[in-house]
Design a protein around this ligand. Sequence first.
Ligand SMILES: Nc1ncnc2c1ncn2[C@@H]1O[C@H](COP(=O)(O)OP(=O)(O)OP(=O)(O)O)[C@@H](O)[C@H]1O
Length: 241
Amino acid sequence: MGDKILRVKNLSISFKNKVLLRNINFILEKGKVLAITGESGIGKSLLGKSLVRLLDSDFHINADEFNFNGTEILKLNKNKLRKFRSKVGLVLQDSEASLYPYLDIGKLCSLILKTHTNLNQKGYKQYAFSYFERLGFENLDLLWHSYPYELSVGMARRVSLALALLNKPEILICDEVTASLDLENTQKMIQILKDLKKDIALVCITHDLNLIRFLADEVLMLEKDQANLYTLDEFLGIYNA
Ligand SMILES: Nc1ncnc2c1ncn2[C@@H]1O[C@H](COP(=O)(O)OP(=O)(O)OP(=O)(O)O)[C@@H](O)[C@H]1O
């Protein structure tokens, strides 16, 4: 059995005193994948961002337990929150669109590695290349000097994933990571996540039933006024997926 990294018990999210999500319960475990699904606008992305307290002050999070490796996330001060966030990789919806356009991939990687490691410029490259290889890239020198606008959507999505992985997060949250990818890139992405999952607790926010079927261990189904946690088999049985 893997390490339990994050425990969420009876979490709710309100916006200006209106409850948007309630009764959220799950545990994230190293080596396991939680899929979060539900209809558009139900609050999947909101929940993903709330896991790293990335909501503005009009939102309020309540929970009986919201605990990362023994520390209550809602009680963290600014410094400790920053440390906690460095343990959580985020690939937000359309993440490739927010890759800074004036920096090439090498500089984007170097910026992250400068903050999180003691490596030198040569070390940054070697370190980042090991991730690019794991994520199925070839021609790594060319990629290192490419600008985001020069990459296909599938490549840019995988670069966003690589950037999220560079500081070895314990949790990785991916929001609609297969959206608008063709079949080949979707399958590549699902296989990459499958290979990554043994080292990490993975959260996939998704509408993609193939991703759920091939990757998820548990599925959190968000519905109006309720949220239900299922094993993959229970989910596939109930939703005939
Ligand atoms: N910053 C914000 N201010 C006000 N309301 C917001 C904000 N962000 C999200 N919402 C509202 O919260 C609700 C949930 O939005 P969210 O993007 O989490 O849905 P979703 O389930 O991820 O949808 P989709 O599948 O379409 O991406 C929506 O009604 C949205 O309008």
